[in-house]
Design a protein around this ligand. Structure first.
Ligand code: NDP
Length: 251
């Protein structure tokens, strides 16, 4: 199975050399781990997030490790407007002329509540950040991804993006949407072997979001984000060339 292949992947030290990869929500949790892993394997990473201090800490860690110097893009994706997206695309175009990887990682949990009582305003916020934003960012960046010889778009799904579960509300609906967006895009781009689109489901992972979703759970019972990185490196690097339209499980 593809998920097993990815999980068992051992990336070469320079697996992602010369690749420019944009990661949303790169300041914390799984996005931070993905940024460190990608940079550690030679990628130039664009760290996108809303909290400058967190992005700077990741930047410092990458530079201290001797990896390629990353770039920082401070942007609150919940509030971003058209010009904000185009500004990011312009900066990438001007600096590198292409984009080789796009990891849609930032998202919000929203409310844990039955549909019958789910707050409509929160529903809109969750669907916007978790589904509309990846759509818009992808659309704006496709021309730059086309300029790569081997581009990989990775959307972040969830177990509740494949099978609905009570009280996961807008989060579950948004992740079902992400799976649909990724599949639709993969089908549209299948004649362009140079851009692939896949989903990744990290599975329950020791992060702030997980703690918010499961406050009673012992955080140590869940793996650290860094331990999931084989699947991320496999999907974002040359080893998965030609793989598109799939949804992989990290655990
Ligand atoms: P965290 O909440 O730990 O981290 C999310 C990151 O996204 C943070 O860096 C956060 O920034 C950033 N972010 C949130 N909102 C915005 C925004 N409006 N604009 C820009 N950046 C923003 O989440 P995880 O690491 O746990 O989750 C990462 C992905 O994995 C998500 O898509 C999640 O749905 C998915 N996932 C996670 C699972 C888990 O068990 N952890 C299980 C299944 C899926 P800041 O730090 O500044 O708040």
């Amino acid at each position: 199975m593809l998920s097993d292949t990815a999980r068992q992947f051992v990336a070469a030290p320079d697996e992602l050399r010369d690749r420019v990869i944009l990661i949303t929500g790169a300041g914390d949790g799984i996005g931070r781990a993905a940024a460190l892993a990608c940079a550690g394997h030679g990628a130039t990473v664009v760290l996108l997030g809303r909290t400058q201090a967190k992005l700077e800490a990741v930047y410092d860690e990458i530079v201290a490790g001797g990896s390629p110097e990353p770039a920082i893009a401070v942007l609150d994706l919940a509030r971003a407007q058209g010009p904000d997206y185009f500004q990011i695309a312009e900066q990438i175009e001007r600096t590198w002329g292409r984009l080789d990887g796009l990891l849609h990682n930032a998202s919000m949990l929203g409310q844990r509540a039955p549909i019958e009582h789910y707050d409509i305003g929160i529903w809109h916020q969750v669907i916007h950040l978790n589904l509309n934003v990846p759509f818009i960012l992808t659309q704006v960046l496709i021309p730059l991804l086309r300029k790569s010889a081997d581009a990989s778009i990775v959307f972040t799904s969830s177990g509740v993006g494949r099978e609905g579960r009570a009280y996961w509300g807008a989060y579950a609906a948004s992740k079902f949407g992400i799976e649909g967006l990724s599949q639709t895009l993969a089908d549209e781009l299948k004649t362009e072997a140079r851009i692939r689109s896949n989903c990744i489901n990290p599975g329950g992972t020791r992060t702030r979001m997980r703690a918010a979703a499961y406050p009673g759970e012992d955080p140590l019972s869940r793996p650290e984000p860094g331990s999931l990185m084989a699947t991320y490196l496999w999907l974002l690097g040359p080893a998965s060339r030609g793989v598109t339209g799939h949804s992989l499980d990290c655990q």
